[in-house]
Design a protein around this ligand. Structure first.
Ligand code: NAG
Ligand code: NAG
Ligand code: NAG
Ligand code: NAG
Ligand code: NAG
Length: 880
C-alpha cells in the first residue's frame, strides 16, 4: 500500500515537472506557471553585509535558541554547552558559557547501548526555555540518558541536573517540541526509540492514549504554539490551547486521504486539562487532531512532510495565521512547498464531524455526539452545565474522546494552494516578521533556511511569495537548524551545526538605483531620491518611493547613471560586450544606436547570453552605440553603453609563424583576470607558436571533455526519465536543465531551471563551435575559440559577481598552461543556489583559482550530486 502510494506520488511529481516544462516551453501561448520562484538577488557568503558570527571551540550543533527581547540576550543550546550572547552583537565577547557534556562513563554506556559515538553519545541540548522570572529550564539528551536543569538567567549558572526522561527525547534527531507555559512543561516527542510518541505535560502528568485507539501514529513533531483563546472567559486562561504540528502515519487509509502513508497534522489540547477521573485518568480529555493539506490541486499533488511552522499572532485568536513548510517524503528528491493556514479554519475542523474506526477502517462518525462536546475546554459554557473540571466530565464524553481523536474535516491551506513551491530546495526552518509597507498594508516577510545553509528572504504579496534575496550563510553547506527574528535588534539569527549567524533583517544599500530599490519589493526599503534607504528612519515617509505590490511604479522621474565604454576592434573580430545584471529576474535587451537588436541568432551576427552580447565576426556596419538594458517588471533600465568602432582589417605584420595570421588572442594574466580592463595587446606580444599550440591542445581537451560530459548528462537524464516512468524517482532538475539547454537563451528561463551555454564562435576561419549545440549531439571538434575579452567594468553590485565555489581540483594540465585561455572563455558555470545553472562572467579579479572551474568540472559535480539510483542502461530508449 505504501509502496503504491509512493509510486503514484512520484509519478505525479514527474507529471507535474513535465507540465511545468511544457508550460514554459509554450510560453507564447500563456504565462508560465510561477511555481518555481527564483530569488531575485544571490549573495554569496564572502559578500554578506553586516554579518556576525558566533561559534565556540567546545561545541557544535547550535540548534536550540531562545531570544529574550527584554534582556537583549540570545541563549543558545548546543552539543555539550549552552551560551548566553549579547543579541545586539553575538560576536561580542565574552559569551557566558555553561559547559555540559556527558561524562566519559555515560558515553561508554551509550556506546554499549549500540548508539553512535560520533553523534548520539553526546549531550545535545534540546530544550531551553524561560521557566520563571529568574530561571531558565534546559534539557539535554545526555548521551541517551536525558537530564534537565534550571539555569539562573542572570548569572548563567546551572543548578544540579535532574531526571529528564519524560521531558526530552533520547536522540538528537528525533522530532521534538517543548513549551513552558505558566511554569508547566508541555513536550511532544517519541521519547525513547521503542516508546509510542506522546504529548505530555509534566506536572500534573498527562499523556496521550494508546488503547484502544492510538492517538498518535509514529508522529514526528515539528513545532508547538500556545494560543490564548480565553478572551471573554470567566476564569483567566481556561480556554487557552496548545497546538502541536507534526507528521504521522495516516490512519485514515482509503478514506478521503487519497491513500497517503504520511500526513501532516495539527493537534490541540487545552492548557487547563486535568485529565479524567477514572476513564482517561492521567490522559488528555481535550486531545483532537486534524489533517493539514498543502497541495497543488490541479495536479492532485500533496506535500505531506511538515518541516517547520511559524505562528503569526493576529488581533484576535481567530486571526492567527501559521506558515508551514512542507516537503516530499522521498529520499533523493528535494522540493519544498510553503502553505499558510488560518487558526479559524483549524477551529472549524475541530468543531466539525469526528472520524471513527471500525475494523481499522476510518470513516466519518455520523452518530450522536455527547454533551459537553468532546474535546472542548472547561469554560463558562461547560460550567453552566455543571462541569467545572475535566475530571467531572461525564463518562460518555470521555469514552467518546478516547475513541475519536481524529476529525473528519481537513484543514486546507488558506489560499487553497502553496504560496511557494521550489524544486531542489529543502527549506528546513523559517521565521516570519510583520512590517507595514508605505502603502499602509501589513506585509509578512519570511526568512527561510535551507538544508545547504542558505537563507531566503521573501515577502508575501497577494497569495504569492516574492523571494527578495538568497544569502549563502556558510561556506560549507550545512542545514539551517533554527531561525529567529528580533524586531528590536533588527536582526535574524540562524543556528547551524557549525555556529550561529546574525544578519540584519534588511540591507537596502545593496540596491543602487531607484529601479533596483523598487524591483526588490523589500518592505524595509524605499528610495529617498538619493539612495535606497531604511524606511523606519524617516519620520516623513511621504517622499519615499516604494512599490511592493507590483515592483515597478514610482521611478519614472529618476536619473539612471549609465557608464559608457569605448571599444575599438577590427573587422572580423569577435567582441564580447559584457553586461552583468544584478537581478536574477531581469532579462537583457540590447540596442544598437537606439534600435533594438532582434534575432540574436548566428546569422544576425549577434548572440546574447546572460552576461553580455557577442558580436560575431564584426563588420564595419556594426559600429555604433550599444546599450544593454535590464528588463524587469516590464521596465527597461539601461545598464551599460559601449561605443564600438569597427576598424578595417589591417594587414598583419610579416611573421615567421603562419598561424600568426590569426588575429591575436590577448591573454590576460591570472592576476588581471577578466575583470581588469583588458586592452588589446600589440601584435609584438602575440603568443609564441609553442604556447599557441598549447592553447589549441587545451581547447580541444576542454571541448572534448565537455562533449563527453554533456553526452553523459543526456544519457543520464534519459535513464532517469525511464526510471521515473517506472515509478522510481526521477530527477526534475536534470530534465529541466536538458529542456532549458535546448531552448533559447532567454534569461527568464532560469525560472524553469535552464542550463545556458553560450556560443563562442570563431572569427571567420570556417569552423563554428556552437557549444550550445551540444545537446543536439552536434559538436564539431577542433575549432578555434577566439574572443576579444570584453572590457570589464566594475559591477555596480559586486555581490552578484562572486567567484564560483573554488573546488579542490586536481591539477589538470589545462589548468597549468591554459590560464589565459580559460580566462578568455567568457564564462564559467556558476551554480545558482537552487536548481538553476547559468553561465556567469569570470570578472572577479580576486578569485583564487578561476581557471580550474570549467564546465566539465562543474557538470561533473552536478552529476555526482544527482546520481540516480538504479540506472537501467538502455541507451536506445534514452530521450536524447
Ligand atoms: C567510537 O567508538 C569506536 C569503537 O567502537 C572507537 O574506535 C572510536 O574511536 C570512537 N570514536 C569516538 C569519537 O569516540
Ligand atoms: C524560579 O524557579 C526556580 C526553580 O524552581 C526557583 O529556585 C526560583 O526561586 C523561582 N523564582 C521565582 C522568582 O519564583
Ligand atoms: C466545582 O468546583 C468546586 C471547587 O472549585 C467544587 O467545590 C464544586 O463541588 C464543583 N462543582 C461541581 C458541580 O463539580
Ligand atoms: C551535529 O553537527 C555535525 C557536524 O558538525 C553534523 O554532522 C551532525 O549531523 C549534527 N547533528 C545534529 C543532530 O544536528
Ligand atoms: C564613439 O567613438 C567615436 C570615436 O571612436 C567618436 O567619434 C564618437 O563621437 C563616439 N560616440 C559617442 C556617442 O560617444
Amino acid at each position: 500500500m505504501e509502496m503504491k502510494a509512493g509510486r503514484s506520488s512520484s509519478l505525479r511529481l514527474l507529471l507535474l515537472v513535465s507540465c511545468c516544462v511544457c508550460v514554459a516551453a509554450t510560453y507564447p501561448f500563456g504565462p508560465p506557471l510561477d511555481l518555481d520562484v527564483t530569488p531575485r538577488v544571490t549573495v554569496l557568503s564572502n559578500s554578506l553585509w553586516g554579518c556576525r558570527r558566533f561559534s565556540s571551540s567546545s561545541a557544535v550543533n547550535y540548534s536550540t535558541m531562545l531570544l529574550e527581547a527584554d534582556s537583549q540576550r540570545l541563549f543558545i543550546g548546543a552539543r555539550g554547552a549552552a551560551f548566553a550572547l549579547d543579541a545586539a552583537d553575538i560576536s561580542a565577547s565574552p559569551a557566558l558559557t555553561i559547559e555540559w557534556e556527558a561524562s566519559a562513563e555515560q558515553k561508554r554506556q551509550c556506546l554499549l547501548k549500540g548508539k553512535d559515538n560520533k553523534t548520539e553519545c553526546f549531550n545535545h541540548i534540546r530544550l531551553l526555555q524561560r521557566f520563571n522570572s529568574t530561571h531558565l529550564y534546559m534539557c539535554g539528551t545526555h548521551a541517551f540518558s536525558p537530564l534537565c536543569a534550571y539555569i539562573d538567567a542572570e548569572t548563567f549558572v546551572m543548578s544540579p541536573p535532574e531526571e529528564g526522561r519524560d521531558k526530552c527525547p533520547y536522540s538528537p534527531t528525533t522530532g521534538y517540541t517543548g513549551l513552558i507555559v505558566d511554569q508547566e512543561l508541555f513536550t511532544a516527542s517519541q521519547y525513547e526509540f521503542r516508546s509510542f510518541p506522546d504529548i505530555r505535560r509534566n506536572s500534573p502528568t498527562l499523556k496521550t492514549e494508546d488503547a484502544p485507539t492510538r492517538w498518535l501514529n509514529e508522529a514526528n513533531f515539528v513545532s508547538s504554539a500556545l494560543v490564548r483563546e480565553s478572551l471573554s472567559s470567566g476564569i483567566a486562561g481556561d480556554d487557552d490551547k496548545i497546538y502541536f504540528f507534526f507528521t504521522e502515519g495516516g490512519q485514515e487509509h482509503g478514506a478521503a486521504s487519497g491513500g497517503h502513508s504520511r500526513v501532516a497534522r495539527v493537534a490541540r489540547i487545552c492548557k487547563g486539562d486535568r485529565g479524567g477521573l477514572l476513564t482517561l485518568q492521567k490522559r488528555w480529555t481535550s486531545f483532537l487532531k486534524a489533517r493539514l493539506t498543502c497541495s497543488l490541486p490541479e495536479y492532485d499533488f500533496h506535500f505531506n512532510m511538515l518541516r517547520s511552522v511559524f505562528v503569526v499572532p493576529g488581533d484576535t485568536p481567530g486571526d492567527t495565521l501559521f506558515y508551514a513548510i512542507f516537503g516530499l517524503g522521498w529520499k533523493n528528491i528535494k522540493a519544498s512547498a510553503l502553505c499558510r493556514f488560518s487558526l479559524s479554519d483549524v477551529q472549524e475542523a475541530f468543531r466539525g464531524p469526528y472520524m471513527e474506526t471500525q475494523d481499522s477502517n476510518w470513516k466519518e462518525y455520523s452518530g450522536k455526539i455527547p454533551d459537553p462536546r468532546p474535546g472542548t475546554c472547561i469554560t463558562d459554557t461547560t460550567r453552566a452545565k455543571g462541569v467545572n473540571a475535566s475530571t467531572s466530565l461525564p463518562d460518555d464524553v470521555l469514552n467518546f474522546v478516547r475513541r475519536h481523536p481524529l476529525m473528519s474535516q481537513q484543514v486546507r491551506a488558506f489560499d487553497r494552494r502553496p504560496l511557494l513551491f521550489r524544486r531542489t530546495t529543502d527549506y528546513t526552518h523559517m521565521a516570519v516578521n510583520t512590517i507595514q509597507g508605505l502603502d499602509g498594508q501589513e506585509y509578512h516577510v519570511l526568512y527561510m533556511g535551507t538544508d545547504e545553509g542558505w537563507l531566503h528572504k521573501a515577502v508575501h504579496v497577494n497569495g504569492q511569495l516574492h523571494i527578495i534575496e538568497e544569502l549563502q550563510l556558510f561556506e560549507e553547506p550545512q542545514p539551517v537548524d533554527n531561525v529567529l527574528i528580533s524586531d528590536r535588534m533588527l536582526s535574524v539569527y540562524v543556528g547551524s551545526p557549525s555556529g550561529v549567524v546574525q544578519l540584519p533583517l534588511f540591507n537596502c544599500q545593496r540596491y543602487t538605483s531607484c529601479y533596483d530599490c523598487i524591483f526588490a519589493r523589500d518592505p524595509h526599503c524605499a528610495w529617498n531620491g538619493y539612495h535606497c534607504a531604511d524606511v523606519m528612519v524617516y519620520p516623513d515617509k511621504s517622499t519615499l518611493i516604494q512599490d511592493i505590490q507590483k515592483g515597478n511604479r514610482g521611478c519614472d522621474n529618476t536619473q539612471v547613471d549609465v557608464s559608457t565604454h569605448s571599444r575599438s576592434v577590427r573587422v572580423g573580430d569577435d567582441v564580447l560586450l559584457q553586461c552583468e545584471l544584478s537581478s536574477n529576474l531581469a532579462a537583457p535587451l540590447w540596442t544598437l544606436d537606439g534600435q533594438e537588436l532582434h534575432g540574436y541568432g548566428l546569422s544576425s551576427g549577434f548572440r546574447t547570453g546572460t552576461d553580455g552580447l557577442l558580436i560575431i565576426r564584426a563588420r564595419r556596419d556594426q559600429s555604433g552605440l550599444y546599450t544593454c538594458y535590464a528588463v524587469e517588471n516590464q521596465i527597461q533600465v539601461a545598464v551599460v553603453t559601449y561605443n564600438v568602432t569597427v576598424a578595417p582589417d589591417l594587414p598583419f605584420p610579416p611573421t615567421k609563424d603562419p598561424r600568426r595570421r590569426f588575429p591575436a588572442l590577448p591573454l590576460p594574466t591570472p592576476s588581471e583576470g577578466a575583470a581588469a580592463p583588458a586592452p588589446r595587446m600589440p601584435h609584438s606580444k602575440m603568443l609564441s607558436a609553442k604556447s599557441m599550440e598549447a592553447v589549441y591542445l587545451s581547447l580541444i581537451t576542454i571541448l572534448g571533455s565537455l562533449c563527453v560530459v554533456l553526452t553523459v548528462v543526456l544519457f543520464y537524464v534519459g535513464f532517469c526519465l525511464r526510471v521515473g516512468t517506472r515509478g522510481k524517482y526521477s530527477l526534475p532538475t536534470a530534465t529541466a536543465v536538458y529542456q532549458g539547454a535546448k531552448r533559447n537563451h532567454r534569461k527568464q528561463q532560469r525560472n524553469s531551471a535552464s542550463l545556458e551555454l553560450k556560443t563562442i564562435s570563431n572569427n571567420g576561419h570556417g569552423v563554428h563551435n556552437g557549444i550550445s549545440k551540444l545537446p543536439n549531439g552536434n559538436i564539431r571538434d577542433g575549432g578555434f575559440l577566439q574572443i576579444v575579452p570584453g572590457e570589464a567594468y566594475p559591477s555596480p553590485n559586486t555581490e552578484i559577481n562572486p567567484p564560483p565555489p573554488a573546488p579542490p581540483l586536481p591539477a589538470a594540465p589545462e589548468c597549468n598552461f591554459a590560464n589565459g585561455l580559460s580566462a578568455a572563455l567568457p564564462s564559467v558555470l556558476r551554480r545558482m543556489h537552487g536548481n538553476s545553472y547559468v553561465l556567469l562572467n569570470q570578472s572577479d579579479a580576486e578569485r583564487a583559482s578561476p581557471l580550474c572551474s570549467t564546465f566539465a568540472d562543474e557538470l561533473n559535480r552536478i552529476l555526482e550530486k544527482r546520481k540516480c539510483t538504479q540506472l537501467i542502461p538502455r541507451p536506445d530508449e534514452s530521450s536524447v
